[in-house]
Write a protein that binds this ligand. Structure first.
Ligand code: AMP
Length: 216
């Protein structure tokens, strides 16, 4: 099954996707992570991408589509993807549907994690990402613990776009461009609403129940 994890920045999509990868033999595709990998290549394109991300705006649909095609066309990912942070607008949602059809796959569900604006800001400002293994933690709500985290604490960094100014733009874009996609998926009857303000384990429990109810 392919699953879309939907929700505002900081709601915990990445953390939940990491849990799902471990338990359901799925692969996480975070377009944000793919773009940050692209930035490390230090090309003309990567400079453009970094400047867009640091402003909290959306990278072009063409750039995103190129990244997604590379993934969907790979056999090892066939019907085993969790999309985290994609699609981000209606054009991307429609383009994903076309690609999914072209590669004979299916979107099984869209899990919409909800949270209030104040909590989003707290979560984003507390986020820490490991530069080595990619795992995400939160200074306030989910500090790294020995059982979950093998790398040295020195690798934990704050993302360059996790600051007060950028988060305002990211939230505006989420409200204006990303949220309207929900109607598109509600019409397809594959949308599930989840309260993302609860503890990580509670949210994950509900995700597991939904996945369990879908069958294979
Ligand atoms: P994320 O890691 O999902 O929070 O994404 C970080 C930033 O990467 C976003 O604020 C956008 O600038 C860019 N980005 C990630 N995914 C997409 C996407 N699907 N479409 C356009 N821009 C994206």
């Amino acid at each position: 099954m392919n699953i879309i994890l939907f929700g505002p920045p900081g709601v915990g999509k990445g953390t939940q996707a990491d849990n799902m990868v471990k338990n359901f033999n799925l692969h996480k595709i975070s377009t944000g992570d793919l773009l940050r990998d692209e930035i490390k290549k230090n090309t003309d394109l990567s400079k453009k991408i970094k400047s867009i991300i640091d402003k909290g705006l959306l990278v072009s649909d063409e750039t995103i589509s190129d990244l997604i095609v590379k993934i969907l066309s790979k056999k090892i990912y066939f019907n085993r993807l969790i999309f985290d942070g994609y699609p981000r607008n209606l054009n991307q949602a429609k383009s994903l549907d076309l690609l999914i059809k072209k590669y004979n796959q299916k979107i099984s569900c869209v899990l919409n994690l909800n949270i209030d604006k104040e909590s989003i800001i707290k979560r984003v400002l507390g986020r820490l990402v490991c530069a080595k293994c990619g795992l995400t933690f939160n200074k306030y709500f989910d500090p790294p613990q020995k059982e979950k985290y093998d790398c040295n604490l020195k690798y934990l960094k704050t993302r360059s776009d996790d600051n007060k100014n950028t988060i305002k733009n990211r939230l505006k874009i989420y409200t204006n461009k990303t949220l309207p996609i929900l109607d598109y998926y509600a019409d397809q009857r594959i949308l599930y609403k989840i309260d993302g303000t609860r503890k990580i384990n509670q949210v994950y429990g509900e995700i597991c129940d939904i996945i369990g109810s879908l069958g294979s």
